[in-house]
Design a protein around this ligand. Structure first.
Ligand SMILES: Nc1ncnc2c1ncn2[C@@H]1O[C@H](COP(=O)(O)OP(=O)(O)O)[C@@H](O)[C@H]1O
Ligand SMILES: [Mg+2]
Length: 437
């Protein structure tokens, strides 16, 4: 590629001459990024495809400009642009040269490298730039392992990670032009919020899906892209059908226990293959596995894991039966929110709890060495038998873990109950998601 061709591509993605869409601001992420910048480390932004990483990078660039950084000190490169031909460090060097020659940055530039994993050997160039203090660098990509493994070996302890998820319920409300800052704002609006929660559960919360009318079509397109670009192509999969069936299985079994060996038969694939594929799915943020809590590491490792989906809309689109399984969808929503909280506080670890009599507590939260919270998701507590069953399991877990308080997340039920020496707080999902108890 010659200099003019490179410049033409750069011009299309930068704010030097053209406006770039930045959409609805996602404050929380920007605040964290800003804090990261002051540390002078390389920043990596990861998260599922289409979660909004590129938009957040552009919002950050805009914020920097508002803070007085000059436009010419910002460089944005999108390596998924098909006009880039040979994706290697030579191209990165050429891009940087073109940028310096035509833009004359006057200060240490901020360089945003979007979908950087497309470039062979990118981490060496990034490290060189970082060590020579030639730029402040942010890289993004849709594969956690690829980014952190390659950076990890070269930049051990010198990079900070930001994980971008589909919208939280608070963000989802803002995208729907509704915002509630306190319980006072909410008074009389419960029905509206519950209606939005329904949609949040049914269609999930990818930003574009949230803003569009063609929700299902877009989700299915994402699913296809993810499979072909992030999985089949990248990992050179020879049995795409097996992989596709497996991911559909996982996505539509959100909240269920699973083992690699239990899937073997119905998929006609070996447990090894299944485990390998499952690892890929985790790398691209399609699914998560939740381990069982135990004081014994060995038991923790060999117990079945629960699987959760990155997006309930995606699960519904590929085969989850929404109306029959609303409780498990709610559980998936709770899981995703806990993951978001974990990003804010990396000292948190998540587990489920289960005893030998198959009594289960959906979520156990551990901080450092202490169990801090037990959460049961029980959608419909109006059926007294269901309620008692869920509570029995919860009490058992509380006894074993020495907890006097626990949370039960419900559809509507909103009460605090005392059971002997135990206090159970029942809270509707929407209230819990908005962090207003
Ligand atoms: N903050 C936002 N405001 C409005 N729309 C958004 C926002 N973030 C993402 N989108 C929509 O979602 C699409 C995917 O976002 P993008 O940032 O490209 O995701 P990623 O880089 O994670 O793959 C965008 O093309 C846009 O339509
Ligand atoms: Mg992107």
């Amino acid at each position: 590629m010659n200099k003019n061709e490179i410049l033409a591509v750069l011009n299309d993605w930068n704010i030097w001459k053209t406006e770039q869409a930045t959409g609805i601001v996602r404050e929380k992420y920007l605040d964290r990024l800003e804090a990261f910048f002051s540390s002078n480390q390389v920043i990596t932004i990861t998260g599922p495809r289409r979660a909004g990483k590129s938009y957040i990078m552009r919002q950050m660039a805009k914020r920097l400009i508002e803070k007085g950084i000059k436009k010419e000190n910002l460089l944005f490169v999108n390596f998924e642009d098909p006009r880039f031909t040979s994706l290697d460090t030579k191209l990165m060097e050429e891009i940087f040269e073109v940028y310096r020659e035509f833009l004359f940055p006057t200060d240490t530039p901020y360089i945003f490298l979007d979908e950087v994993q497309e470039v062979e050997g990118w981490e060496k160039w990034v490290r060189m730039m970082h060590e020579l203090k030639k730029a402040k660098i942010v890289v993004s990509g849709s594969n956690a392992k690829l980014l952190s493994r390659e950076l990890g070996t070269l930049l051990t302890g010198r990079h900070l990670d930001l994980t971008v998820f589909p919208l939280s319920f608070t963000e989802f409300l803002a995208f729907n032009k509704t915002e509630y800052k306190s319980l006072l704002d909410i008074a009389g609006k419960e029905a509206e919020i519950r209606g939005l929660l329904r949609r949040y559960m049914e269609f999930g919360s990818f930003p574009e899906v949230t803003l569009s009318e063609q929700k299902r079509e877009i989700i299915l397109k994402y699913f296809d892209d993810l499979l072909t670009k992030d999985l089949f192509r990248r990992f050179r999969i020879r049995k795409p059908q097996v992989m596709k069936s497996l991911i559909k299985y996982y996505l539509s079994n959100a909240g269920n226990l699973t083992t690699f060996s239990s899937i073997e038969k119905f998929l006609h694939a070996s447990a090894d293959t299944i485990e390998k594929f499952a690892g890929y799915f985790e790398d691209v943020y399609l699914i998560f596995f939740l381990k069982r809590f135990s004081f014994k590491v060995k038991e923790q490792e060999k117990s079945p894991r629960k699987v959760y989906s990155i997006d309930t809309g995606l699960s519904n689109a590929v085969g989850f039966r929404f109306s029959e399984n609303i409780g498990r969808l709610a559980e998936n929503i709770v899981f995703l929110e806990l993951k978001r909280r974990q990003m804010q506080n990396p000292a948190i670890e998540l587990f489920y709890w289960k005893d030998v009599h198959h009594r289960e507590v959906d979520f156990l939260i551990k901080e450092n060495t202490k169990v801090t919270e037990l959460i049961q998701v029980c959608w419909d507590v109006s059926d007294e038998r269901t309620k008692q069953r869920e509570l029995r399991s919860l009490f058992k877990g509380m006894d074993e873990l020495n907890k006097k308080e626990a949370l039960v997340i419900t559809d509507e039920f909103d009460e605090t109950e005392e059971h002997k020496d135990k206090t159970i707080r029942f809270i509707p999902l929407w209230k819990w998601l908005l962090n207003m108890s």
